[in-house]
Design a protein around this ligand. Structure first.
Ligand code: ATP
Ligand code: BTN
Length: 265
């Protein structure tokens, strides 16, 4: 069944805050919502697509976006500082992981900083893109994009992500209205945290969902060159930095955006 805007609205706690629009196939919901932001659309516009032909991840990577998923972007006009706005991605990760677990009954975990995993497979990626106001360097608006694999696409995942990707429902169809319920549950949780991004409970909720502690990882500070350094992930601090320990015993706090991570086990 196709996504229904009316059903999403029915499940939203505060329907006035999110204005959903459902479409079939688009290039990228982030690209379209960015255009909306530039033309003055107010905060709360949400575009949800059935599929994307040019879904984007971080660092110019592709997010494969076939039917049976959720591809959505929300327009935000945060009144906070640009530094505080950096919390939007981790806050969205908490909202997505908690919502998936609440509705599916299976544990969803966060791979620092912007991916959601279930049983060792990536089921969701989050990409926040900010547009700055040049005169003041303040934040003009942000586009928060979330892509979720709800059930496996027909014919399975394509070769390039077959070893990485998973779906919330691997071997069966999602229950009726699941996508609309999940969309609403994510935004219900996100909006309550977005109202106070500096709430000290949010990092605790993030840490409770983090799959990082104790994991052996490769830290790629230059993703394109593939140059990496072996480390053990320790924990995530209150600013959502990842603290890692290298083989020589030194520790470092990694900031999102600077690095890519690969699991070694
Ligand atoms: P990091 O952010 O640490 O670099 P990452 O490898 O997950 O980790 P991202 O830019 O967050 O990198 O995500 C893009 C990657 O996600 C792609 O390179 C691809 O490996 C994977 N990917 C693309 N489409 C999907 C999908 N539908 N489901 C799961 N994974 C996907
Ligand atoms: C990642 O895995 O690095 C982030 C992927 C983000 C994908 C979502 S799908 C909806 C929105 N539109 C895009 O082009 N990207 C985001």
């Amino acid at each position: 069944m196709k996504l229904s805007k009316e059903r999403i609205i029915k499940y939203l706690k505060n329907p006035g805050e999110i204005r959903p629009d459902c479409v079939g196939e688009v290039d990228s919901t982030n690209t379209i919502v960015k255009r909306k932001g530039l033309s003055g659309e107010p905060e709360g516009y949400l575009l949800v697509a059935e599929s994307q032909t040019a879904g984007r991840g971080r660092l110019g990577r592709t997010f494969v976006s076939p039917a049976n998923g959720i591809y959505m972007s929300l327009l935000l006009r945060p009144s906070c500082s640009p530094a505080e706005a950096l919390r939007i991605t981790p806050v969205a990760a908490v909202a997505v992981a908690e919502a998936i677990t609440a509705l599916s009954g299976r544990r969803a975990e966060i791979k620092w900083v912007n991916d959601i995993y279930m049983d060792g497979r990536k089921v969701c990626g989050i990409l926040t893109e900010s547009v700055l106001r040049t005169e003041s360097e303040g934040l003009s608006f942000a586009v928060l994009g979330i892509g979720i694999n709800v059930s496996e696409p027909e014919g399975g995942f394509p070769k390039e992500i077959i070893d990485i990707a998973g779906a919330i429902y691997e071997y069966k169809k999602a229950p009726e209205n699941f996508r609309e319920q999940l969309i609403a549950e994510i935004w219900n949780r996100f909006i309550s945290m977005y109202r106070d991004l500096s709430d000290s409970e949010i990092p605790n909720r993030y840490r409770a969902l983090s799959m990082m502690p104790g994991r052996a990882i490769t830290v790629l500070s230059d993703y394109m060159s593939g140059q990496g350094r072996e480390a053990t992930a320790l924990t995530v601090d209150d600013d959502f930095g990842l603290i890692v320990r290298y083989a020589d015993g030194t520790t470092e706090t990694l900031t999102a955006g600077d690095v890519s991570l690969r699991f070694k086990d």
